[in-house]
Every structure is written in C-alpha cells, then in structure tokens.
Design a protein around this ligand. Sequence first.
Ligand SMILES: CC(C)(COP(=O)(O)OP(=O)(O)OC[C@H]1O[C@@H](n2cnc3c(N)ncnc32)[C@H](O)[C@@H]1OP(=O)(O)O)[C@@H](O)C(=O)NCCC(=O)NCCS
Length: 287
Amino acid sequence: MPITLETPPVADLDRVVAELGQWQREGSSMQLHPGDLGWFWRHGATATAAALRTWRRDGRLVAVGLLDGDDLLRMTLAPDATDDDELAARVAADVSTVAAGVLPAGTAYLEAPATARVRTTLLEVGWQVDAPWTALRRDLADPVPDTGLRVEVVTSSRVGDWTGVVASAFGSSRPAEERWHAMAAGTPYAGARSLVGYDGDVPVAAATVWSAGPGRPGLLEPLGVHADHRGRGHGTSISVAAAAALRELGCSSALVNTPSANVAAVATYEAAGFVRSSETTDRRRDA
Ligand SMILES: CC(C)(COP(=O)(O)OP(=O)(O)OC[C@H]1O[C@@H](n2cnc3c(N)ncnc32)[C@H](O)[C@@H]1OP(=O)(O)O)[C@@H](O)C(=O)NCCC(=O)NCCS
C-alpha cells in the first residue's frame, strides 16, 4: 500500500496529537509524546504544524516526526510499524533526500525509538551513530511521597515565576510569557500542568508534565532549577512533584529523556526514583 508523506495542515493537528497519544503504551519505547508537541506549541499552532511531518499508509498514520530546530527530526512510529521494513526504507529515503522537504542539506540528525527499524536502515545508507540519550522511567503504581518543597500549579499569576526559572535553567534569555500562554492554549495542554517550586517566596524550580491519557505513560518536559539555586535538592524535589502530578492525572508512569552527557539531569532523576530504562543513540548524516 502506498506510503505518503505530508506536512499536516493546522486543522489536522488535533487528530495527530490524539493518534500519537494512542501510541503511548507501557513497554514500548517512544521517542515522541504528545507532550513534545505540546512543548513545541509555545511557538504557536501554525509553527507546530509546519514542524511536523507525517507518514500515512493507506490513510492511516504510521509515523510522526517533529523538526526540533532546523536540522533535527525527532520521530516515532505506530507500535505495530516500528519494525516495518517498507516504512523504514521510505522514512530513510525521505530524510536522506533534501527534495523530500524533511531535513535540509548538510549535517542533520534523527532521533527514533530504540526499537525502530529505521535506525538500522539509516546506518545501511551511510548515516552515522551520534550522541546517546538516556530514557528514565518512574512507575506510578504507588503514591508518590511529598518532598517538603512547596510546589504550586501555574495559573496566569505564576507564569512569570515559571518562565523566569526555565530561562535561567536553560541559559536562555527570559522567555516571553506569551510563549507559556501559547503552550497552554495548545491541544496537548488539556492533559498537562506546569509546576513551580518555591524556597520561601523565591521560585527555584519549574517543570511541565504531560499526560497522554489515563493508564498511559506521561512526560516531563521541560524541567529545570534556577542557576542560583542548584545543588540543594530542588531538582530532585521538583522531579518527584512532577511524578506526583502525573499520577494525579492518571498516568501509569513518568518518563523523561535526557542527553546521557547531562550527568546532573540523570543523577537528579535517579535521586527522584526514576530508573534508567534504555539508552539510545541519535543518527547523523554529514552531507
Ligand atoms: C539537572 C538540574 C535540574 C539539577 O538540579 P539540582 O537542584 O542541582 O539537583 P539536586 O540538588 O536535586 O541534585 C540531585 C542529584 O544530582 C546530582 N548533581 C547535581 N548537579 C550535578 C552535576 N553538575 N554533576 C553531577 N551530579 C550532579 C546531585 O549530586 C544529586 O545527587 P545525589 O542525590 O546522588 O547526591 C539542574 O542542574 C538544571 O536545571 N540543569 C539545567 C536544565 C536541565 O538540564 N534540565 C534537565 C533536562 S531534561
């Protein structure tokens, strides 16, 4: 059956988010979660649609990629299509061919689930192994204990606290509060919460958590501690609070992905009861 590639129109975004949510299951490695689209939504719905690439077979969605920056495609595949040779070959051809409109010429990167056939196919057509990522998971069957950090859910009155911490944590200029509002207006945010942790009255830690529906794994993205307040356990506490929020949202587990080189993040999630579930490597093409 023919496989088609498209950049979905904005009108199709909700459908893609819903279908991607259905793919999130315990035990399957997923590189892309509705929360990833939700986090990207801070750039607006039009930009989110423009950054998406979808592959359909006979009309059915079988793979979704998000262009995160100019040269990185983060993708995932329908659970029953992860080891599909024909789809792997088609995706590999599309991401290797500049004219297909997925990745630009020159160096480019692709992230796909650890079990995805396309990762092997890309090596066969000349792509290279690139940086490793660590996936961590915290089971949510049991109640999550309180850590003592005062954590508040972001409402419009706390947006500045959240954006201030996130900007400091990631070393960016202070993100406009409009970005948070754009994110919160996105479809995936219906199953999300933004959290701020306070030391006294000072906002020190922030996170956003994303559900893909009850009984499915939820995602932490982003999470950070203000640069002036690190090394005091706040990263651990906000990670635990994020897991607790996902449990309240009915998620079966809390997931997070981080570059393996980010040893502080890996140590923080482990201190918060997350367990390393897999390490996977990006794929890179150099020409
Ligand atoms: C990662 C981050 C959240 C940690 O916050 P923090 O408040 O300093 O973390 P904590 O004080 O709770 O420390 C938790 C654990 O990580 C360890 N850790 C923290 N920073 C570390 C570093 N730079 N190198 C090695 N270990 C580190 C601590 O020793 C502690 O381990 P322990 O429990 O075994 O003693 C913070 O550094 C940050 O915001 N980084 C930038 C944003 C980021 O990378 N976010 C995660 C991306 S997914």
